[in-house]
Design a protein around this ligand. Structure first.
Ligand code: SF4
Length: 320
């Protein structure tokens, strides 16, 4: 396995060029969520409990924990009367109810773009539509969204015909259907899933909720993949948008690997490669990208131009 900064990687290959994808790294929702925890630590002092990893990156989580954040998975783990921040991925209503029962002070760091999906789900349900959510079973965002209203989950990575379709989905073709999606899906796979739903329910109202950051990073990696011999996606294994970036690079014909940082580089991946493309997910700090570039030690680094991003989100009302 690779070793950080000791030059050992260079014995196995000679990297001529690193091509950096843009945009990459932190999105506005992640910046806001980290700011929420930092601000709580400053204003109220540690400990600040965080329900679920504030964003899906162990480096970010560890840095905040060093400052006094305590990450828990369930509301029940937070001591009565404490301050708890709910993660960027969004939470189901029962988590807020449990928190109220425990007399917890909740500050919700949910990304406003996820809140928008929650609101859509509630609106469509109020209108009497059957709601379908395209997303990944078990992902934290899906848990939060599914709690907002009754809905059926459609896995985006398999054709509708291969879904474990419950009896609930055995509806007439002219049923009133509304389709919403997880924010961090593959643009291509989601289009396929939505196409299959529309074939089955031609009148379905479709909202594609894949967010700007996910779309821009996937577009950028598509552009980069054709220019390089290998793609390294920097980010965590449990990050949905990082996994999608790796898949998009591979779908464009370039071998791609998802790594947390330089220590996870396997030199075997790089044998015969002269150009490595690097991108990072919406929850990955730039310092990890820089560490990977250092480890590869290329002759030159090239920056690709991509979509401009100037979106920012204000802090939750309680912290303004
Ligand atoms: S990836 Fe998109 S939805 Fe998720 S936190 Fe970032 S901006 Fe919000």
């Amino acid at each position: 396995m690779g070793r950080r900064g000791d030059g050992a990687l260079r014995e196995d290959y000679k990297m001529v060029e690193v091509v950096l994808s843009s945009p990459r790294g932190f999105c506005a929702g992640v910046v806001r969520a980290i700011d929420v925890v930092e601000e709580c630590l400053q204003r109220f002092g540690p400990p600040v409990y965080v329900k679920h990893q504030i964003v899906h990156n162990p480096y970010v989580v560890a840095e905040l924990e060093q400052k006094g954040a305590i990450t828990v998975e369930e509301v029940d783990e937070v001591p009565d009367g404490s301050l708890v921040v709910f993660s960027a991925h969004g939470s189901p209503p029962e988590d807020f109810e449990k928190a109220a029962e425990r007399n917890l002070r909740v500050i919700d760091a949910v990304c406003p773009l996820v809140t928008r999906v929650h609101n859509e789900a509630k609106k469509y349900h109020r209108e009497g539509k059957k709601v379908l959510l395209v997303g990944h079973h078990g992902h934290q965002e899906v848990r939060g969204t599914m709690g907002q209203a009754p809905m059926t989950l459609i896995n985006d990575s398999a054709p509708l015909s291969e879904q474990d379709v419950s009896a609930d989905m055995d509806w007439p073709a002219d049923s009133e259907i509304a389709v919403i999606t997880q924010t961090t899906l593959s643009v291509g796979d989601t289009a396929t899933a939505i196409g299959a739903i529309q074939e089955r329910f031609p009148g379905a109202v479709v909202r594609n909720d894949i967010c700007y950051a996910t779309t821009n990073r996937q577009d950028a990696v598509t552009q980069m993949a054709g220019l390089v011999d290998v793609v390294l996606v920097i980010g965590a294994q449990n990050s949905s948008n990082c996994n999608r970036l790796r898949e998009v690079a591979e779908a464009n014909g370039t071998p791609a690997y998802l790594i947390n940082g330089p220590d996870e580089i396997n030199p075997d991946w790089l044998v015969g490669c002269q150009r490595a493309g690097i991108t990072s997910g919406a929850s990955t700090p730039e310092v990890l990208v820089e560490a990977v570039i250092d480890a590869l030690d290329p002759e030159k680094v090239t920056f690709l131009e991509g979509a401009e991003e100037d979106i920012t989100f204000t802090l939750p009302r309680e912290l303004r």
